[in-house]
Structure formats: C-alpha cells, structure tokens
Design a protein around this ligand. Structure first.
Ligand code: 1GP
Length: 292
C-alpha cells in the first residue's frame, strides 16, 4: 500500500510522523519514538522484587503520605521517622491531588531522606512523578466508571513509559461507601458481609495478570478490613496482598497480618502530632510476630 509520509511537530516542537493512505491517517506521537529498551512487564522490577521476597511470617508496613496534607519538609521528616521505626516503604498519593509540581517536590524530598522504596499510589493521572522508584499501576476494579478502571491508566501510561517508572500491576478494591476514594472513584462498594464477592474480584485480578491486590477500607475508616475478607482473599490470591484503611492499633495490625496481608498501609496516623508514639506499638507488635 502506498503511504505519503509527512513529518509533523507537536506543541513542544518534538517531531512525529504522519502516515497517510487513501483510506485513513495514522499518527505516531513523539513519545513513541524513543529507541530505549522497555522493561519486560513479565519480569518483576527491583522494587516489586524487594516487596515480594521479604521473609514471610508477618506483614510489611507502608507509610502513605498524601501530598495534599504535607509540605515537602514535613513529608521528608515523617518519612525519615517511619523508616527508622521499621517501615518498609513509603507510598505517596491521594484521591484529590491536582498539583503535579507539588507531588514532584514531595517525592524528591522524601527520596533524599530515606533508603526504602518510594512508591506512587495515584488516584488519577496527576499522581505520577518521575522521581519515584515505582508506581502501583492500579485499576479500580469495582468502579462504575471505566475511566477509573482503564481510562486514566491509558492516559497515565504515557508518562510511566516516558519516565521509565517501574510499574507494579495492581487491582484496587474499595469497600464501604464513606471514603473520599469511594466517592471520587465512583465505586460500587463491596459489602463487608460478602467475602465471596471480594474473592470473585481477587480471582479476576489474578487472571488478568495483576501481581498485587489492594483491599481498601477507606482512609480514616472506623471499620478497618475484617479478618474474614482478608483470609478469604488470601486463600485465593497468590500475589502481593495489600490492606489499608483505618489501621490505628497493634491489635488491628496483627489481626490483618495473621489473616494473610503481606503489606499494611497506614496513612492518617502520620498526620497526627504524636504519630511516632502511636506507631511504635504497631511496629513492635508486627516485629514480635515475626520472631514467633
Ligand atoms: C488509604 O488505605 C490507606 O488509602 C490508608 O488508610 O489513612 O486510614 O491509614 P488510613
């Protein structure tokens, strides 16, 4: 077939190629023209490997920093403190984040103060920063809006590709209807009384190739994830099982770890004045469990 090839430039002055034939016009964007090798997604990257190869027996801990509630100095100091307390990684993200330059500042500041992985936990395409070690490339599986299942992901994929970010494919399941995540993500919440529905979604995530699954009770929830749900999902999902929302006590943390969670996420507590005193018994309880 005969094509007329035309060089075009986008608004940043990067050139691309237009291929024309009688019936249709094909365009390639400038970001597609890189000759650098692309990471093979069938292989785990270094951050995912680090999270998945740690000693079993207890859950690891992730500290979630919501850029909307921190400036860079505060974020860096909290991240440094939680790493000292024994946290295994820092998540950075939020449901309402709009300012990407602020996110960049926070991620860079945190990266300079910790040695553990700094992982993006985006609620939308604004949650991507080139300075992170990896991104939870998540699909909000029980959203009613395809934008949160695959639309935002298609748009965000351009930047993930451009920045060579390590992508960790993850299914995201939201329980309870009271959280900001649930409202913004237009979620049809999974009822706590129906572990079978959670398992259905977990299996779907697994068969779709997702290597991580996040069970979300909602930030600040007064009803953290029930042990029954975590146990049922653990029995069926083989990948990295992340649980978060409303974890504020050593009892809740150990109950979720004993139920099979691999990684527990704590966010709200970091925003309180005496967060170190509140976190210490949680890290201690999980460490003690590891010894037994
Ligand atoms: C929210 O699961 C996380 O996405 C953390 O929840 O803020 O309640 O700790 P908390």
């Amino acid at each position: 077939m005969l094509h007329a090839v035309t060089q075009v430039a986008d608004c940043e002055g990067n050139s691309g190629t237009l291929l024309r034939d009688r019936k249709s016009t094909f365009t390639t964007a400038s970001w597609m023209n890189s000759s650098e090798p692309v990471a093979r997604m069938s292989l785990r990257g270094p951050t995912e490997t680090r999270l998945t190869t740690r000693k079993r027996g207890s859950a690891a801990l992730a500290a979630l920093i919501d850029p909307d509630n921190f400036d860079k100095k505060h974020a860096a100091s909290v991240a440094k403190s939680v790493e000292k307390l024994g946290f295994d990684c820092i998540f950075i993200g939020g449901s309402t984040l709009g300012d990407q330059s602020h996110l960049d500042e926070i991620v860079s500041a945190v990266k300079h103060h910790v040695t553990c992985p700094v992982i993006l936990f985006p609620g939308n395409i604004t949650g991507i920063s080139r300075h992170a070690d990896a991104i939870l490339f998540s699909s909000l599986l029980n959203s009613t809006n395809t934008y949160f299942i695959v639309g935002a992901q298609a748009l965000g994929a351009i930047q993930v590709h451009r920045y060579h970010l390590e992508a960790i494919p993850m299914g995201y399941l939201v329980f309870g209807g009271e959280s900001t995540t649930s409202f913004i993500g237009q979620v049809r919440p999974i009822p706590y009384s129906k572990p079978a529905i959670a398992v259905m979604y977990a299996l779907a995530a697994q068969y779709l190739g997702m290597r991580a699954l996040y069970l979300e009770a909602g930030s600040g929830s007064d009803r953290p994830m029930p042990a029954e749900i975590v146990k049922a999902v653990r029995k069926h999902f083989q990948g990295l099982l992340i649980v978060g929302g409303g974890i504020t006590t050593p009892d809740t943390a150990t109950r979720l770890a004993e139920s099979g969670a691999d990684l527990l996420v704590i966010g709200n507590l970091l925003e309180t004045k005496d967060f170190k005193q509140k976190l210490l018994p949680i890290t201690k309880a999980l460490r003690d469990k590891l010894k037994h």
